[in-house]
Design a protein around this ligand. Structure first.
Ligand code: NOJ
Length: 765
């Protein structure tokens, strides 16, 4: 086939050519009838598929890592040297980890101008909580329960990343997880499928916008399909073995929500599920995702997850792995080199149907069309826009807003917080207090080290107090990179005395302690959930000389905080809050923002309770207070409940709930109302939460399930009636055949400020 005039949009020409061949029209006739707007995407894709060789179709299914950033182990197949050659042959459909307009344009140019058909690449990157201007880590954002703010945060991330040449993000991660040992909880929305679904929906909408072809939107990716968050003992990449009911009712709903939001891609995962690696799982990818849920975007493998089916003991070798993955509906191979090396041969040998290759290529081309890449492959490659867009003040404002909303006040005895603005001696202690890198958290994309506002800087804005800073002790030793194991300081206490001296004379001590940014995230599992290194010792040493401590936590997962809850007057959960971290924390400490966050994961009393989650089952032997009887489901040494339950979080003001009314409208509709009053002295925001308990069912139901929430702002003494409607969607559940059913019976309805609320009413449906 002849090389096509590249001054006009490449693939429109191809379509024109093929449609002309079909209809005997001339190219100029076809062009004047504005073919691109008349033909719908499916016809365009058909036209292209007809022009493609088997190898070129397989090429669309091949994704290579770029040449700079690395987010996984280097595959064993040794294709690295062939990447440019394969690009030029049209054997590459996508690249990941390319960023910056110059770089992306250079690589895209090869695909568009040097391959036979000029099909543009789709450029993927892990834009998880921002590109250069970072929002809080996703778990922190989830603590806001503020869907609008979360959507805006994804919009900001999309706008910046798209200005840097990226058109596809590997986000949102919608894996439900109940295990704080698993480092990736930082990337999700926590333990609850209802909250997780709402957040998943908001994030997809934020990334994708209403028009994917705009130059400031990204295709989103729901990951990791499925059940990756249930890795045994919280150890990364570990085996998953969960039951059907958990799969249907806990794992699937957030994925379904991304489909409702129109997500264009899915990523499968590293884990096996009940003996079958999910990358090679036909039930998940074909039966559920593509058939039952009618998903018409494409599925990308996780990094090397096709090849890893050999290590799992499911595939004989990389060729066999390619066969299994392609047959199971895995459309694109990220860095296993299995498809590009093996798939065409497998088709010729009759082991993989060509129809599957056509289907996968069609799905990938469809998304490329939707992104507008065929109209203009360089639409994300405008250097001027890149300069103007990235780092805009508006993005910093949005990230600050999101950061403040993500903070959760865990304890505030005797109103120690907010801090007085004048006349105080404040000691600020902890290496994390002056850290300008760690608050960026994991998945930094293009954010540079030392670009976060530190707590020290944030507090220095308030000049009415005398602020003295002392590090106390390092948390980690040396510079940490994404690919490094984090080295924690477990010995050096040489700077304790200086910090103790500063604390001794202070009115209030603010201690910023916790995990460094790379202690959570992929491959960052922990077996201890205390403060790492010598920080606990430092805290207790300071406590001996000054008890007036505000503990500000920086962490990417729930921690065990019993000592802290028992001894310290104030505790602020500040996660890793991104670029504007220090400003957000200072504004909360000084009361310029009244905290309103609520925990998206339960915080355990002891590591041995993990996995711990509010929506557990009742068991046949729940606690019934019979004296002198030991035979109930419990531990001998710790009570069953978490230290801080799901949905928990305080405010500088107080809220009162009253007048819970529940009205049964029909068998499947219930109206609920409650009155909320701000009974304190500050204007504040409360997340009003509604839970149900279905008392008996053909498949047992959890003791409580979140089924509604609303953010309500009230001035002191102001009251508001809040209303909810429960319908089939909230009252039903999935049976073990995957059917959604609603059963009559007794239900309790709970409304309040956390999952432990006692305000309740019982109904029969
Ligand atoms: C592996 C991670 O599991 C996945 O979430 C990520 O998108 C890819 N690496 C690409 O970096």
């Amino acid at each position: 086939m002849k090389k096509i005039n590249l001054l006009v949009p490449i693939m429109s020409c191809l379509i024109l050519l093929s449609s002309c061949q079909n209809s005997n029209k001339t190219i100029s006739e076809a062009r004047s009838s504005s073919v691109t707007s008349v033909l719908d995407i499916e016809q365009k894709v058909d036209s292209i598929l007809k022009l493609m060789t088997l190898e070129e179709k397989v090429g669309q299914m091949n994704q290579y890592n770029g040449f700079w950033d690395v987010t996984g182990p280097v595959p064993s197949q040794g294709n690295a040297a062939k990447k440019y050659e394969h690009l030029r042959k049209g054997y590459v459909g996508s690249m990941l980890n390319l960023r910056g307009v110059k770089t992306v344009r250079k690589i895209q140019k090869i695909a568009v101008e040097e391959t036979r058909l000029g099909i543009p690449l789709i450029i993927g990157f892990d834009v998880i909580h921002g590109y250069e201007t970072l929002s809080p880590i996703p778990l922190a954002e989830s603590a806001s329960w503020d869907l609008e703010a979360i959507k805006t945060s994804a919009e900001v991330a999309a706008e910046e990343a798209a200005a840097a040449g990226i058109n596809w993000t590997f986000a949102p991660m919608v894996d439900i997880s109940r295990d704080a040992r698993w480092g990736r909880v930082m990337e999700g929305a926590g333990e609850d499928p209802y909250l997780g679904s709402k957040i998943a929906f908001a994030r997809v909408k934020g990334f994708q916008g209403s028009d994917l072809s705009k130059h400031n939107t990204l295709a989103a990716c729901a990951k990791h399909f499925a059940a990756y968050g249930f890795a045994e003992s919280g150890r990364e990449y570990n085996t998953v073995d969960i039951g059907t009911s958990t799969l249907n009712n806990i794992v699937f709903p957030p994925f379904q929500a991304t489909i409702d939001a129109g997500v264009r891609t899915f990523m499968n995962a590293f884990n096996e599920l009940n003996g079958i690696p999910v990358t090679g799982n036909t039930y998940l990818q074909r039966d559920i995702l593509k058939d039952k849920w009618k998903f018409d975007g494409f599925v990308v493998s996780d990094w090397g997850s096709i090849e890893e089916m050999t290590a799992h003991g499911h595939a004989k070798d990389n060729k066999h792995a390619a066969e299994i993955a392609a047959n199971a509906g895995s459309d694109m191979d990220m860095e296993s080199y299995a498809y590009v090396n093996e798939l065409a041969a497998l088709v010729r040998e009759g082991k993989v149907k060509e129809a599957y290759i056509d289907d996968a290529a069609r799905r990938i081309l469809r998304v490329k069309f939707e992104l507008g890449l065929f109209e203009d492959p360089y639409k994300y490659c405008d250097e001027q826009r890149e300069k103007e867009v990235i780092g805009q003040q508006a993005f910093h404002d949005a990230c600050l807003d999101m950061a403040k909303k993500s903070i959760v006040l865990l304890k505030n005895q005797n109103q120690l917080l907010p801090l007085k603005k004048h006349g105080q001696k404040i000691a600020l202690i902890g290496a994390l207090a002056s850290d300008k890198t760690s608050p960026l958290g994991n998945w930094r994309t293009a954010a540079k080290d030392n670009t976060a506002v530190s707590v020290l800087e944030g507090m220095q804005v308030y000049t009415g107090n005398q602020l003295t800073y002392a590090k106390g002790a390092d948390v980690s030793i040396g510079q940490t990179k994404f690919v490094d194991e984090v080295k924690i300081n477990t010995t050096d206490k040489s700077e304790f005395p200086q910090a103790i001296a500063v604390a001794k004379t202070a009115d209030v001590v603010v201690m910023v302690l916790g995990e460094v940014g790379y202690q959570s995230g992929e491959a960052r599992s922990r077996t201890e959930l205390g403060l790492p290194g010598v920080q606990q010792e430092l805290l207790e040493a300071i406590y001996k000389v000054n008890k007036n401590i505000v503990l500000v936590l920086n962490n990417g997962r729930p921690l065990v905080l019993n000592w802290h809850q028992e001894h310290l007057p104030a505790i602020v959960e500040a996660w890793q809050l991104g670029t504007q971290s220090g400003n957000a924390i200072a504004q909360v400490l000084y009361g310029d923002y009244n905290p309103s966050g609520k925990l998206p994961m339960s915080f355990p009393r002891a590591l041995g309770q993990v996995p711990i989650y509010y929506n557990h089952k009742n068991t046949g032997r729940p606690l019934i207070p019979i004296p002198n009887n030991v035979f109930w489901s419990h531990y001998q040494d710790v009570e069953n409940t978490p230290l801080y339950p799901f949905g928990y979080g305080l405010s500088y003001t107080s809220f009162e709930y009253s007048e819970l009314q529940v009205k049964v409208v029909s068998d499947t509709e219930v109206n609920v109302s409650v009155t909320l009053k701000n009974s304190g002295k500050f204007t504040g925001k409360e997340v009003v939460q509604l839970y149900i308990k279905d008392h008996y069912a053909s498949v047992t139901r959890p003791v409580r399930e979140l089924k509604g929430f609303e953010l309500v702002s009230l001035n002191p003494n102001e009251s508001k009636k809040i209303e909810f409607t429960l319908s089939e969607k909230e009252l039903g559940f999935y049976d073990n055949q995957g059917n959604f059913i609603v059963e009559p019976g007794d239900f309790s309805i709970f409304v309040g400020g956390d999952s432990n609320t006692s305000l309740q009413s019982k109904i029969t449906l």
